[in-house]
Write a new protein. Sequence first.
Length: 344
Amino acid sequence: MSTAYDPRPDLCASDIMTTATQPPRVAVVGAAGWAGSRHARAFAQVGANVTHLVEKDKRAVPLADELGAQVVPSIQDLHSDQLDLVVVALPTTLQPEICADLLNRGFRVLTEKPVAADTAGAAVVSAATGVNQRLMVGYTLHQHPAVELLSQWIRDNDVIAVNVRSVAHKETIDSWRADPSEGGVAVVNGIHAIELVSSWFEGDPKVLATSVSSSLYGSPVPEHVVSTLEFPSGVVFTLQSYWSPWQEPQGLNQGDWSLTMDVLATGGRMLWSNDSLHVWNRDGGQQEKNFEPSDLFLRQAAAAVRFCGGEAPAVTFAQALRATEIADAVQAASASGAREVPAP
């Protein structure tokens, strides 16, 4: 593997100077899908060599022609001595066995979040060889420039509560998103916030209350979830996550995802809303910082290239597993109506 190739997140391939003799060689599984195609183009843009696209039909041929890649029908057509990274971008229930197979065959893997739809699926990945060293889980929020500032502020303050609103624009809820085994909106979208917030606080939170609805689209899965959890330190985390038929004027992922995190602490308050941060200090002072819109797929591709060179993954399997365990507890609370459900 190349270890010298280290593009910065905001640079395109034409801007990158490198002494590497060969850029990282990347394959994308599920390349014809929305996420898979964005991964493939992002890796090409940061200068990686996208050599293989895995699809069972011809849907990926136009993208392969665009990137100069080869379409193959199965991961069994991939060979670890010919690739530095395999990206897995499939429906969540399909990913564990694919990732486990790739890890057991010696590949380095970037998988779309979550690591599995539930802890049973995560156990399949957990048993794979090298899961703690060669797997990076694609929680893209860690790539946003606001997160480093927000995380440091949380470490420096006595936090009381975190309130999150996560809204993903979808015209319809169909295909794999409408499959109950995929977990609904809390697992497909809300888990981004679950993973990030749980990375800030220790211990297993209790699910105090959860409410779900499928009334907006009438699909067979939860489309709107509101859940309140409490960490052992006393921090209360409230999550509202839903799919929306209305696209908001601003948001992440090219406007498809609107995210707000409101953090209340004894010393002040910090509000992260898409590409802006606003801080109120206890003494009455205020600060605001605005960011240029970020392509989180592009930033993640750059981080994954560094992962190929030996850098630790932005999100490890252990961290991703914890988020899945908490999401399982939220699901259990919504199904049973129970309160104070442990999140082991």
